[in-house]
Design a protein around this ligand. Structure first.
Ligand SMILES: Nc1ncnc2c1ncn2[C@@H]1O[C@H](COP(=O)(O)OP(=O)(O)OP(=O)(O)O)[C@@H](O)[C@H]1O
Length: 341
């Protein structure tokens, strides 16, 4: 399979009303050629609705959708240069893997020899040639997922769309398959949009993530930027873990104030020695998390969650906890960041 000449995606002023309710509000988003972007957000925020409009399965009430610079909003899904992988894979049970993958090319009445060649290339790409003649019921969930991916890629789309592609796989397989998808996507240089509600999944595969809330994009940025400089309190709590406290930080302690402070658990440091910037703390809970543990630390001003590696302290142990870094929010918006001197 050749490297595709993937076009970018430009969405402008996308609007959708469903059941008398405005579901997507004037959404703008640009995905660069060859980029992988995730639409991430809680259930009901409008991710699937947005993806279905990009694919052409749902008509927007207003707005423009361009792929490779060409307006496609008036085109049906089969006429758009995009291909979609559905959450439930939507494979034909009575057809072999190869026939499933060939299906979109048959619809387009491509010559037999060309179909055979392209199907083999797509199956090779997803490492499934050996299951060519199997029926979907005879292969694993991960292999069904790869069949669906091959059926999308065989069309050599400019834009690949995936709706919760990993949600039907167990936790271990999910990590493997997401790495495979990312590897194939980068190898082909294909512009890709993935819908997911799993922040870890989005963080690990995306060039950029559009965090959605209530039919709007709250922030559209790189995983590192979303984590380090979240634009809103919503993004800060949705991406990663956060100690959220009302008030402000002054001289290392939480004091009353009009705003909200957010502290990542890795920015709370616990030790047995006293520290000039720390406060006395007692370990209230220890939650093992594999290669690290989460501590719940009670200080006189707040209860803080902290991460520790190595052997964790015992419940009831006392020590000193200090805050190294924090985020400051007002009315839900980021207004500042603090670092201990
Ligand atoms: N056909 C419809 N008629 C009325 N409301 C709808 C319809 N389809 C979706 N909605 C509503 O639109 C909102 C967005 O739905 P959407 O499926 O896009 O969310 P989502 O972010 O993909 O959520 P999930 O992660 O649960 O799939 C929800 O509140 C949903 O109830």
């Amino acid at each position: 399979m050749t490297t595709s000449d993937s076009g970018g995606l430009e969405i402008e002023g996308l609007h959708k009303v469903l059941g008398g309710r405005s579901i997507i509000h004037s959404l703008d988003m640009t995905v660069r050629p060859g980029e992988l972007v995730s639409l991430l957000g809680p259930s009901g925020c409008g991710k699937t609705t947005t993806l279905r409009m990009i694919a052409g399965f749902l008509t927007p009430d207003a707005g423009s959708i361009k792929v490779g610079g060409r307006e496609v909003v008036h085109l049906g899904p089969e006429h758009r240069p995009s291909a979609m992988v559905f959450q439930n894979y939507a494979l034909w049970p009575h057809m072999t893997v190869a026939k499933n993958v060939a299906f979109p090319l048959k619809l387009r009445k491509r010559p037999k020899a060309e179909i055979a060649e392209r199907v083999d290339a797509a199956l090779e790409l997803v490492n499934l040639l050996h299951h060519k003649d199997s029926r979907p019921a005879r292969i694993s969930g991960g292999e069904q997922q790869r069949t669906a991916l091959a059926r999308a890629l065989v069309q050599e789309p400019e834009l690949l769309l995936l709706d919760e592609p990993l949600s039907n796989l167990d936790a271990k397989l999910r990590v493997k398959v997401r790495e495979d998808i990312r590897e194939i996507q980068q190898r082909l240089g294909i512009t890709t949009v993935i819908v997911t509600h799993d922040q870890e999944e989005a963080m690990s595969v995306s060039d950029r993530i559009a965090v959605m809330n209530n039919g709007r994009i709250e922030q559209f940025s790189t995983p590192a930027d979303l984590y380090g400089t979240p634009a809103t309190e919503f993004v800060a709590t949705f991406i990663g873990s956060l100690n959220r406290l009302e008030g402000a930080i002054k001289d290392g302690r939480v004091v009353p104030g009009p705003g909200v402070v957010g502290i990542r658990p890795e920015d709370v440091v616990f030790g047995t020695e006293t520290h000039p910037r720390g406060l006395a703390a007692t370990v209230e809970r220890v939650v093992p998390r594999g290669h690290f543990a989460e501590l719940h630390l009670r200080r006189e001003d707040a209860v803080l969650r902290a991460y520790v590696t190595g052997v964790p302290p015992a419940v009831g142990a006392s020590g000193c906890a200090r805050i190294e870094k924090w985020l400051e929010f007002e009315d839900g918006q980021l207004v500042g960041q603090g670092t201990a001197e």
